[in-house]
Design a protein around this ligand. Sequence first.
Ligand SMILES: Nc1ncnc2c1ncn2[C@@H]1O[C@H](COP(=O)(O)OP(=O)(O)O)[C@@H](O)[C@H]1O
Ligand SMILES: O=P(O)(O)OC[C@H](O)CO
Length: 497
Amino acid sequence: MPHILALDQGTTSSRAIVFNEAGSIVAMAQQEFPQHFPKSGWVEHDANDIWNSQETVAREALKKANLTATDIAAIGITNQRETTLLWDRKTGEPIGNAIVWQDRRTSSYCDDLERSGGDILIRRKTGLLIDPYFSGTKVNWMLEHYDGARKRAEAGELAFGTVDTWLVWKLTGGAVHATDPTNACRTLLYNIHEEQWDDELLQLLDVPHEVLPEVKPSSGVFGECAADSIAPGVPIAGIGGDQQAALFGQTCYTPGMAKNTYGTGCFLLMNLGEEPRPSKHNLLTTIGWKLGEAPTHYALEGSVFIGGAAVQWLRDGLGIIKSAPEVEPLAASVPDSGGAYMVSAFAGLGAPHWDPEARGMIIGIERGTTAAHLARAALDGVAFRVADLLTAMNEDAGVPLKELRVDGGASANNLLMQIQADLLQVPVVRPECVETTALGAAYLAGLATGVWRNTEELAAHWKIDRTFEPQISADEAAERHRQWSRAIERAKKWQEL
Ligand SMILES: Nc1ncnc2c1ncn2[C@@H]1O[C@H](COP(=O)(O)OP(=O)(O)O)[C@@H](O)[C@H]1O
Ligand SMILES: O=P(O)(O)OC[C@H](O)CO
């Protein structure tokens, strides 16, 4: 029976999951790795931590599954997107820490780009907008600030990559420097209509062509793992940025279907089919997947930078819970947040506000406010941000969404899912397998290697665990939303002050 090894390299942890032919989990291993916050607004990862943790969990998962490389038909990779790495092509050594997607250091460069009119070009060609979130301004920063980097880059000595590219490089022993369109389209350098790196954008962001990886279909063979790697000779046959991979793993194959992933951040994606429609409400148009030579599928995306990370902050920053799951009983011990609102704009605000200068805020605290109210306000805050996205998405789509599929670590929280259904006023549906990000990567790899024939076969694997129906009236949801909108307005542009 063929198995697929999915490598899921997330923002806070690396995971490896072995799936069988039925799309069920056979074994799984996970390891957190250090986060670095060297300055206000800066977030970095050590590229070697990323690789070492990923390699360790891959070995562990294979061991738990009692399998060796010969039992693995293919490897699928899915990854935190936009996080930017530059390494030496000869030694394979990173030239500095990876700059993480949440990092805001390029805010003022983004302002310059905006002032010079770059926004229109970027929107038209990439489906994105100017924000420090995306890789392009981060590569530019590295080239400007790391000693001799620009010269070396122009001489072809350095390789740029998102995390998928780095993992492929390491797995293949430096033989393959490649990415897929779902990752390339998050760099500000890739034209989503022409489906290639774009000279005009490269010039705008001052990034030399020499550093770029080759872009290959999301489902297709990228290369084989090196002889001394964790899986000698096994093909790497699928790559998807984690949010698009989750859309694929949730089997949202029909235009109009949508999912929201509750991980470190929250990411709402809707399938757009083969048409890269622009958003009128500051959402992103992004590449959903490219299966071999078949036409590319696009998606509309809304991003909330802090999702489950708000719960991490309650744990690590405030110390009011010891583990993430503890937030649920604590928040459920009060009927509501007692008038407190938490805007967890710790890393600025993403869609549809796009305000890198917004910062976190708790408002409405009274003498009776307790840790339980704050826990409740944190969960409410996550659900409100997702509801903001869905409002924008419904307006873009012209047809309101009928149900929302959910996944990711924090989707295990039943209270959060109920709050979400109440605020959205549509059913929230959680599948049996919430590891849909890894599953999506496994599906991409398995389709390319004949484990599965087509997406119809994959859609038959998807099964409901629980549906959360709205339990409050539309009027009450609107009233809660009105208060929330007042709160979020106060958190905007704070850093500037
Ligand atoms: N029961 C829970 N309730 C709320 N948040 C949770 C719960 N379990 C995990 N989380 C949050 O979910 C996030 C981890 O989800 P995961 O999908 O592993 O994220 P990522 O892939 O971004 O690393 C963490 O931020 C954690 O705080
Ligand atoms: O690591 P996650 O799951 O929060 O995902 C991060 C996103 O890919 C950032 O765009």
